[in-house]
Design a binder for this molecule. Sequence first.
Ligand code: SF4
Ligand code: SF4
Length: 242
Amino acid sequence: MDYAITTAETLTVSDLLAKLGVDAAGLKAVWVSYPTATFFVPASFGESVEVAEGATLRAFGQKDCMADGLLTIINELRNATECTCTFGHEGGYQLATIMGDICSKKGKPGDMALMRDLAPVMASQAICGEGRAIGRAVSQALDLFGDEIEQHITKKTCPAGACRAFQTYHILVSKCTGCGACLKACEDDAILGKPKFVHVIVQKNCVQCNKCLEACPEGAIVTAGADKPKTPPKPIPVKRKK
Ligand code: SF4
Ligand code: SF4
């Protein structure tokens, strides 16, 4: 969630959060936008930060994905500059492409190393401030959230459960009435079931289109990230008590 900063000043991150009315408990990180362009994690909330009038503080909770957050920040900084220098423009394009792939399940083993090489060069060689900020943001994010980002590549999972490409769909035994609405809505043969049986999603066929979730009148279909609910491998008689 974004909070507008209306006064240029220097204060601690904790004081800035309090001033903006943001509850620091449970936050994973905050990002203070350009020209500060810096991430802070709870361990660094006591540090001083110089903020500009018109800047933004973005708060990341435990269910926010830092890979997706970094991609958004890279693209915001790219859109804010018309710089065409090699490191600012091409470097920004490369980093946005790599992070876009990582967030859409197309990350490759060498992506982290490539970003670790490219980001510091951008931070020192880009002509525009925004280009240098992209380099700094990527380096900082890899240091602070490298493990979370890397799991998108190596484990094909989004630990925060936020990236759509990594979400899986599940039908809860406790809620399904076996009405069949989801089966009708799914166009990819990804649901098994028959009347009065708890339906089951075939993960390898699911394309995460969300149609079943929208069609279910019982709220029996949920999405999950790294922690999946237990569901039966094949349809079983409905257990729900009316
Ligand atoms: S998300 Fe789409 S493809 Fe997956 S089970 Fe639901 S309707 Fe089928
Ligand atoms: S998951 Fe929902 S839509 Fe599908 S059979 Fe169960 S209750 Fe009906």
